[in-house]
Design a binder for this molecule. Structure first.
Ligand code: UDP
Ligand code: LCN
Length: 807
């Protein structure tokens, strides 16, 4: 029963509820989302002259605050309430009688289907997808604030299980330690250790052997004595390190403890070969960013791969394995695009710069229809090609690695689906990184999927998301809100908990947010490319001059549109792909609508292309046309420059610093941003940053401290915030500097690749261990997932393929 509703009904605010309901009925929409609900509440308060106290702290206000959606059907209102993070309740309220009753998830999904005219009970029930029963095998976090700290939870769980059943766990640990080898060389323990009990004795003997050695003695000098006791390489590079690792194991055997468990498992050398799957194009090192679908994911994966290699090399050196010539290898698996438009995406193998053994391996889509398989295609069209792609990629990966990889990390829906197919066949730990879940980006994308299918094919995308997120051994997210949102907003993964795809299926339980598989591990920025503008000695004067000219004055109609009447004004800078959701056109419109903004700033946009004839992407084409229209409509000539350039890596860092030299600001106006690497890049460069309050930036920035939030749907509010900042800078000359310094500090303390990769590797090992010990129990769920793949996903993909063949 909802205490929130009951509290209103028990008070004299009953009448207010009735009046509010009547306001809702007066709206043209029958389906109100949070923003709409808040606006109706504001209108109601204004109309009935409610006091500020009522508006801020009445019972009705509280109810409204927690109400995510309202559906209107006849006289009834259906309230979807999120009383706390990651929980959802639905109520039918009759505002005339002031009675209400809770409705169950299946009724709610039926209601939503009715709402869009797709409820057909006479045709029988619709398929219900429910993953809840399969999560029995794993522990479940209780407190929502611990969501996303899965590994800590799992460690506690595992160590308590070890405590409860020491014999069985010692056996698991013993079997697990025996598994590890590198290119045929046995690691950790050998045949001399015959049983778990024997392991325990041998560890004690080894401790007394190694404890008697000088701490700095290198491992190779005592390798053979150590081996006679049953121990192989991998425990450490010096006597001190080996001793430390053995003592951890000894402690774990005697009195299991979560911290020791984590520290011990994190030291096991079990990861040497990693696959990072990032399929849709363009994946390359130069000349690819800013194209449709090619953005932060490429930056993220490349930086992550480089950083992982460094971390693995360091770990393997500490484990004493570098002397065995153990060299980590990472492969970024992507799509080979024969018509690669001047990029290197038609090359099968490309070495990643500044690494020893990191490669991009490109595998083509099978020749089913050259129009699609030879060219770049949108990520929304990719679904029919993925299964055969995974089969071909598996062969190539096994050849390149000369064996199995130790970890497969999927990226985005397509990469995660392929990661699932590969992991399932190879029996390797699967990690997922979503980057962006389209379901939360496109409003009502599931409810109106049939209308959007032609263009977006969400039927396959959301099915693939469900498959991959449930199959993954662990999931890495960039923010907490990506999983479970905020007190007032639903999270991206949370939106998969229950939803309807009318006529296709109902998801009654699609994602277990309380599973320890979820871990928040934010990315970093490449600190040799993006660094504070104040580090003058590391900057190249020639580059600064060249980029200054490009930003403010260069006449080059091929790449730049617009000139500045007054190039001395501070730049209001933004850089993004020309997706509708990125909303650069919205920013231009806001700039156009507010002449005061034009008095203070010049608008400078780095945005993909200048000409529609250069694009095949419908959103990009629409956005290009819209930007020109806005420039004309508000006569922004002389006040805006639009750069249609693709910067080489070094330039993309310097561009932010040049804007900072001019005391500019960075604005990220996306309607929704899953994370937002440009926000980190701008902040570390020292630019005061104004970023969308919808999505990741809400967690990156602390409003008013190291940056500012903007609501991209309220231009008036954006303009006010930007002008307030300009005014504050005028009255307090240190203000810009202050925010700039805080922004730099924020990134260096919280968002670095070093933190990310050491965490990721530790997770991979712990989940690898967990995967090993719980394998049989996961099998039920994996079989269910396969059924969804074969009976739901594949037929839809086949249909799309047939459509491609006909086109
Ligand atoms: N970027 C770029 N040129 C452009 C647009 C974007 O180099 O014209 C880079 C930008 O510096 C950032 C990435 O692409 O590294 C965009 O990442 P973000 O996470 O902000 O957004 P996404 O494009 O992934 O949605
Ligand atoms: C995709 C996005 O849309 C961005 O918000 C992220 O920053 C990027 O991927 C990297 O994860």
């Amino acid at each position: 029963m909802s205490q929130l509703i009951q509290a209103v009904l028990n008070s004299d605010e009953k009448t207010d509820l009735r009046q509010f309901a009547s306001e809702v009925h007066n709206q043209p929409e029958r389906y109100l989302l949070r923003n709409d609900i808040l606006s109706v509440f504001d209108t109601f308060c204004e109309k009935y002259e409610k006091t500020p106290a009522f508006q801020l702290s009445s019972r009705l206000q509280k109810l409204i605050y927690y109400t995510q959606e309202i559906l209107v059907e006849d006289e009834n209102l259906y309230l979807i309430i999120r009383p706390k993070i990651a929980s959802e309740e639905a109520y039918r309220l009759d505002p005339r009688e002031l009675v209400y009753e809770q409705i169950q998830i299946d009724e709610l999904l039926d209601l939503r289907d009715r709402f869009v005219g797709h409820y057909h009970p006479q045709e029988g029930d619709i398929l219900e997808i429910d993953f809840r029963p399969f999560y029995d095998y794993s522990p479940v976090i209780r407190d929502p604030k611990n969501i996303g700290r899965g590994v800590q939870y799992l460690n506690r769980y595992l160590s308590s299980k070890m405590f409860e059943g020491p014999q069985q766990w010692l056996f698991s640990l013993f079997s697990f330690l025996k598994l590890h080898s590198y290119n045929g060389t046995q690691l950790l323990i050998n045949q001399r250790i015959q049983s778990p009990e024997h392991l325990s004795e041998c560890v004690k003997q080894a401790i007394s052997l190694v404890g008697g050695l000088p701490p700095e003695q290198p491992y190779p000098e005592f390798r053979f004595n150590f081996q006679e006791l049953g121990f192989e390489p991998g425990w450490g590079n010096t006597a001190a390190r080996v001793l430390e690792t053995l003592e951890m194991l000894d402690e774990l055997i005697d009195s299991p403890d979560d911290q020791v468990l984590e520290a011990f498992i994190s030291r096991i050398p079990m990861i040497f070969k990693i696959v990072l799957v990032s399929i849709h194009g363009y994946f390359g090192q130069e000349g690819v960013l800013g194209r449709p679908d090619t953005g932060g994911q490429v930056v993220y994966v490349l930086d992550q791969a480089k950083s992982l290699e460094k971390q693995l090399q360091e770990d393997l050196q500490f484990a004493g394995l570098d002397t065995l010539e153990v060299q980590p290898k990472l492969i970024i698996l992507s799509r080979l695009i024969p018509n690669s438009e001047g990029t290197l995406c038609n090359q099968r193998l490309e070495k990643v710069h500044a690494t020893d053994n990191v490669w991009i391996l490109r595998v083509p889509f099978r020749e089913l229809n050259p129009k699609y398989t030879q060219n770049w295609i949108s990520r929304f069209e990719i679904w029919p090609y993925l299964e055969t792609y995974a089969i071909d990629a598996e062969r190539e990966l096994l050849a390149e690695f000369r064996g199995l990889p130790d970890l497969i990390v999927g990226n985005y829906t397509d990469g995660n689906l392929v990661a699932f197919l590969l992991s399932r066949r190879l029996g390797v730990t699967q990690c997922n990184v979503a980057h962006a879940l389209e379901k939360s980006k496109y409003l009502f994308s599931n409810l109106y999927w049939q209308d959007l299918e032609e263009q977006y094919h969400f039927s396959m995308q959301f099915t693939a998301d469900l498959i991959a997120m449930n199959a993954a051994n662990f999931i890495v997210t960039s923010t907490y809100q990506e999983i479970a949102g905020r007190p007032d907003t639903i999270g991206q993964y949370e939106s998969y908990r229950s939803f309807t795809m009318p006529d296709l299926y109902h998801v009654v339980y699609g994602a277990e947010l309380f599973s320890p598989k979820f871990n928040v591990v934010p990315p970093g920025v490449n600190e040799s490319v993006y660094f504070p503008f104040t580090r003058h000695q590391e900057r190249t004067p020639g580059d600064i001059d060249r980029l200054e000219e490009l930003l403010f004055t260069l006449e080059d109609p091929e790449h730049v549109f617009g000139h500045l009447d007054n190039p001395g004004k501070p730049p209001l800078f933004s850089m993004a792909r020309l997706d509708r959701i990125k909303n650069l056109t919205g920013l231009a419109e806001c700039f156009g609508q507010h002449p005061q903004l034009q008095d203070h700033y010049n608008l400078i946009l780095v945005a993909g292309k200048l000409r529609t004839s250069d694009s095949v992407d419908h959103e990009e084409i629409n956005e290009i046309e819209r930007l020109y229209r806005i420039i004309d409509q508000y006569n922004l000539h002389g006040k805006i420059r639009w750069l249609g350039v693709r910067f080489p890596k070094q330039d993309s860092g310097e561009i932010y610093r040049v804007v900072a030299d001019h005391k500019g600001i960075f604005v990220q106006p996306a309607l929704f941003e899953a994370f937002g690497l440009t926000v980190l890049e701008a902040m570390i460069s020292g630019l005061p940053t104004f970023a969308t309050r919808f999505g990741g930036p809400l967690e990156i920035i602390r409003d008013g401290i190291d940056g500012f939030y903007i609501n991209p749907t309220h231009n008036e509010e954006i303009a006010t915030k930007l002008l307030e900042f300009a005014k504050e800078c005028a009255t307090n000359p240190d203000y810009w500097q202050q925010i700039s310094e805080q922004a730099i500090e924020r990134v260096y303390t919280t968002y670095t690749w070093k933190i990310h990769t050491s965490r990721l590797l530790s997770l991979a090992k712990i989940y690898g261990f967990w995967n090993y010990t719980s394998r049989e129990k996961r099998e039920d769920m994996l079989r269910y997932i396969e059924t969804i793949f074969y009976l739901l996903y594949k037929p839809m993909a086949k249909k799309l393929l047939a459509k491609h063949m006909d086109s």
